[in-house]
Design a binder for this molecule. Sequence first.
Ligand code: NAD
Length: 679
Amino acid sequence: MSVVRENRESCLILWIDNPPVNALSQEVRAAILAGVTAAASDAKVQGIVIACKGRTFIAGADVKEFGAPPTEPFLPDVTAAIENSPKTVVAAIHGQALGGGLEIALACHYRVAAKGAKLGLPEVTLGLVPGAGGTQRLPRLIDPIVAAEMITSGKPVDAARAQASGLVDAIAEDHVAEAVKFATTKSVAGRRLSERAFQLDAEKFEALAAATRKQAKGATAPGAAIDLIRRTAGKSFVEGMREERALFLHLRSTDEARALRHIFFAERASSKAPDDIGDVKPADIKAVGVIGAGTMGTGIAMTFLDAGLKVRMLEMSDEALSKGLARIQSSYQDSMTKGRITEAQRDQRVGAVSGSTDYASLSDCDLIIEAVFESMDVKKTVFKQLDAVAKPGAILATNTSYLDIDEIAASISRPDAVVGLHYFSPANIMKLLEVVRAKRTSPMALVTALAVAKTTNKIPVVAGVCPGFIGNRMLRAYVREAGLLLLEGATPEQVDKALTNFGMAMGPFGVADLSGIDIGYKARKEMAPGSFEPMAVTVHDKLVEAGHLGQKSGSGFYTYTGGAKAPNPAALTFVEEARSKAGRAARAISDAEIVERTMLALVNEGYWIVEEGVARSLDDIDVVYVNGYGFPRHRGGPMCYARQLGLGNVVKSVTGFGEGSYGKWWPISPALAKAAAAS
Ligand code: NAD
């Protein structure tokens, strides 16, 4: 780290150079403070510019200091020193000005941005509020409602929007030269935000408050930020700062902030190659092949097209191929209409995909991903044909959800080229990618898969081979308990509501309707009889047999008429029938019990998975659940949640479930018992 002082004309430029993202470490804070203080009494210096070397302005706090007690100089003191400087201070922003970085910029008297810069206060995503004036200066600079939106959503805005709102004063090609001009020609008069006041438009603000609470799905930081802004509107800056700091310090030690920090670090760790891999460089991936242009294949193709790669699709028939390509086209058309991409981007992406029914078209692809029907025979046939045409060194991936990748790999002449790339639907949207390391997957195939995840903006987690890998294997336990709760007295709606109130994006029965109840039904036909609990799926089976397949047939656990979702009376009848078949009387079941049963099913299975080496760590499991299964991020994932409950309590409950009627599904994981004993 260094902060270099450059004198340019009568301007002092403080160049921050703290790679990779110019994080606001203690040393950087101290150097900015020292620079600003020295310039104040230097008659030769007329103005000060704070600029950064490398790819970005200050992109936030130093992650090494996350969760630790703040160290001097405290950021609010640094921002106060900047703002109180008698010399004009200008922030020259390129890349990202996030969190503390934007708070530094807000303390400056002017802000000049380079094109493409992004500015934001993402603290709520870590369970916090800005702690160095962000919540007080921003509403004093721009429309307080727009400010409150930025603070409560945590989402950054681009330079153009920032300029339109008044957050930046200019956008310039040479942002540093422009900032120097500002610093040497403009006065500080009227530019200290602490000297301004802000008031809220009550109606608009309360509408935002209500929307914020809804979107937060149980996370408390966004609501705390709203309350803070409401409370401090009209108050003095000094009072506002005091309240902001107190809230910031309080939130840092909440379970929510801990959980969000946990998942932040877990996501960074999950993309690292396993320790035993050694120093292997990933292969260069230029051309990608995708086999099967169905739901998953088209989504996977778009993931690569979005990242600027070329994709070749392969299908069984011209008809299926055209259908798949048309789906890609209409999806990009839709994105363009919604303003998410430009016309040029649409043309570029649509132009980068081609298709064929001839395997020879894949002969120069560096990576080929198979997403055909979930059948071992079909997959083996596809891999055999691939084996015959793929170039040496090509990586051959399968998107199978449950099938044995070792068996697929063993069926061809180059098993080391085979890796699982398990995407989640919709594949171009969902962040999670399970990278399945089969017995013979080469280190090169594995590191390339991890590198591909990065270039395509996915969060990878390495999994071993077992039915369902990490996520779907755990899901089975969760879905089983949800199904058994119906027999004991709960309704599908009650189960779903309890879990969405807990923070899950959807409940298990809503999910079943969305993906099609028949999918699981068909899959169970192929499964060994003792491998699942038939009583947990009696309602599912009855629904499918009566033609209630879920949303696609207009009804499942719910009915969907005219866009309105309501409990399906047929499903409730099947629940009653299943209860009497199981010989059980309905009892009152609390939402807390629903959450406990389903969550601890995930937790116990998660420990088993780590114990068996299918997942590398408990943290990886949390990454899977938060990014692939709609688990509430602010709870940090199921394994983090278990620790917050206390592992001793978890063991007690799991042991209790093990003594119930379906106790055979609750063999306690020795790793869980051991961890509880050690905690
Ligand atoms: P899908 O039925 O929508 O698409 C499969 C496509 O593969 C069809 O277009 C079909 O014409 C084509 N196909 C079949 N055999 C082929 C062959 N021999 N050669 C070329 N093309 C062939 O199915 P999907 O939902 O996209 O699932 C595909 C795979 O992805 C399955 O293995 C599934 O388990 C897995 N998967 C699905 C999801 C999901 O949510 N749908 C999620 C993760 C993984």
